[in-house]
Design a protein around this ligand. Structure first.
Ligand code: HEM
Length: 140
């Protein structure tokens, strides 16, 4: 059964998309402002079309934001593999991985005010959970 908090995540995302469209460009602007050196990593892994890979990472991040409350076990299993794999095989440090999640949430939260305390709390909870999954894998 769907967790009621999923609807609170969904609702704010839908308001964002209705007002501003796809968040990918704004998320990436925030990310590269913090870590300009990460551009070279995307370019190295996707020389023909780095923008496609960059946009895919925004999609991946939003997927785990949207599914956290209904499938936390899936996210835990995924992050336990992905964070070390990004670090070791893809040269993506946990600081970048964590920041990518933070700027994705920052962009939505800054653009679209929470409607009520429950919605604000659900968003804060997703942030804490996903950042926590990065942190527990920082040294793995
Ligand atoms: C922080 C900056 C990030 C960089 C530079 C980055 C880079 C990459 C690269 C180079 C690949 C391999 C693509 C390929 O071989 O075709 C990849 C795969 C992937 N990344 Fe990222 N990534 C980042 C953040 C994230 C985040 C935050 C998530 C999810 C929350 C994520 C989820 C994935 C997934 C699902 C794949 C495909 C399967 C896998 O290898 O796990 N990435 N990423």
């Amino acid at each position: 059964m769907a967790d009621p908090r999923s609807a609170l995540i969904q609702a704010r995302l839908e308001r964002y998309v209705a007002e501003r469209g796809d968040p990918a460009a704004a998320v990436l602007d925030r990310f590269f402002a913090r870590y300009p050196e990460a551009r070279a990593n995307f370019a190295r892994h996707s020389p023909g079309n780095p923008e496609k890979l960059e946009t895919e990472m925004v999609g991946n991040t939003l997927y785990y934001v949207m599914t956290w409350f209904d499938s936390p076990v899936e996210a835990r299993i995924y992050f336990d593999t992905s964070v070390p794999q990004h670090r070791v095989a893809l040269d993506v440090p946990p600081d970048w991985y964590r920041a990518f999640i933070e700027v994705t949430l920052d962009e939505i939260e800054a653009a679209v005010p929470a409607e009520g305390a429950a919605e604000a709390a659900a968003w804060a909870e997703v942030r804490e959970a996903l950042v926590g999954l990065v942190e527990r894998n920082r040294f793995v």
